[in-house]
Ligand binder design. Sequence first.
Ligand code: ARG
Length: 458
Amino acid sequence: MALWGGRFSSGPDQAFKQFNDSLPFDYQLVEQDIIGSIAWAGALEQVGVLTTEECGQLVAALNSLLEESVQDRASIASSGYEDIHSYVEAKLIEKVGDLGKKLHTGRSRNDQVATDFRLWSRQTAEQIVTAIKSLQCALVQLAERELETILPGYTHLQRAQPVLFSHWCMAYVEMLTRDVSRLNDAIERLNECPLGSGALAGTAYPIDREHLATQLGFKSATRNSLDAVSDRDFVVELLSCASISMMHLSRLAEDMIFYNSGESSFIELADNVTSGSSLMPQKKNPDALELIRGKTGRVFGAFSAMMMTLKALPLAYNKDMQEDKEGLFDALPTWIACIHMAESCIKGVKVNAEATLKAAQGGHANATELADYLVAKGVPFREGHHIVGQLVQIAIEQGKNLEELALDEFKLVCPKIDSDVYPRLEIAACIAARQALGGTSLPQVTAAINHFKGAIEK
Ligand code: ARG
C-alpha cells in the first residue's frame, strides 16, 4: 500500500510507478531509515503522542526489522514499495498492526529522507577518511623503502631536475592530506539533523529537536525547516571532495602507468593488479591503474549532474531531489574502491632504481645546477642561463651529458668555469642542494615523512 491515496480515485499506471519509485536504489538507506524512525518514536513519546508502552513496542519491532533487513537487503529493492520509507512503515504495520500507523505523526518523508541521507553520507565519508589514511601509510612506507632512490622529475613530461623517489611518494601524501581535510570539513557541515522539520514548515509537535539530533549522533539540529528539507549541499560537497580526490588518484595512476611502461621501466607492477592480453602473450597490462583513471570520469559526471539538478529549484522539496541518490551511491563506493586499488598497486610495486637513476642522469637534468654554479662565480643568473644553454647544445651535439664535457670545452664558453664544477654536476649534489623547506634533499624528505607520521598519530 502506498503512503498516500486518499484523495486519488485511481492508482498510478505501471510506467509512472516504475518512473517514480526510488526503492530500487534507496533501499540502501534501510538501516538509516529504521534508526531515524527509532529516534522519532522516542521523540513522539516525549511529547505524549505515544505512550511509553507503545513506544517500546514500536522500537522493539523496528529493531527486529533492522536485523531482518540487514540480513536480506537485496530483496528489499524488488519488494515493489514506492521508497524505503514506505517499505519500513509497511513492514512495521505488518509487525505491530495499527500502532505502526502512528509513527509518521508530525513527520514527513521530506525531513526523513534528508536525515537518512545525511546519516548514510556521514558514515560513508568516515569510511573514506580511514581508507585514504591507509593509502597514505602505504605511500609513506614506499617512501621509506625507496628513500634515496633517484628519479627524474618532469615538467612538460621532459626530464627537468632529479628528485628522490620518496619525494614523489610524499607529493601524493600531501594531496591526500588535503582530501582528508576537505572530507572532514564536509562531515562537519553535514552533521546537522533535519528531522523535525516536517514537510517544509516545521513540525506541529513540540519536539526537542536538539535532543533528537543528539540521539542520532548529530552535532546539532538544522535551524530552518525550508532549508533543511531542500538542502543538498552535503551531496554536492561530497561529490566535489570525491572529484578532487579522484583527480589526484588519476594523476597517481597516470604517473605509475608511465613509469611502468616499457619506455621507462622505472617500476614493475605486481601480478595481482595487472592482467594479460587474450592475443599477445607477453602483455602485462596496468588495468587497475587504467580503471582508476577511467572511473574518475564518472565521478566528475555525478558531480556535474547534481549541480545541474539542483540549479534553480524553487524552495522547498521537489521530486527532482530524488535524483540526488544514485550519483552519490555510485560515486562514493567507486571512490573507496579506487583508494583500495591504488593502495594495492603501491604496496606491490617494485622500483628499478638503476633505470630511474640512468634516466635521471640523462636529459641534462643538472643544467640548473650548472647555472647556480655560475651564479656562485659571480655571473648574473640570466647570463648564466644563456651560457648553460649553449653548453647543453654542445653536449647534445656530442651525444654527452654536461658532466662529460672536458674542462677546456667548458672554458671555451665560459672561462669562469673550473674543475670544481664536476662535483657540483653530480646527481647527488643536485638533490642535496634542495635544502629549503619542501625541497627534495634527503633531510627535507625525511622531515616530511616524520611530519606525516606525527600527524597521523594524533
Ligand atoms: N523518495 C523520495 C526522495 O528520495 C522521498 C521523499 C518523497 N517526498 C515526497 N514529498 N514525495 O526524495
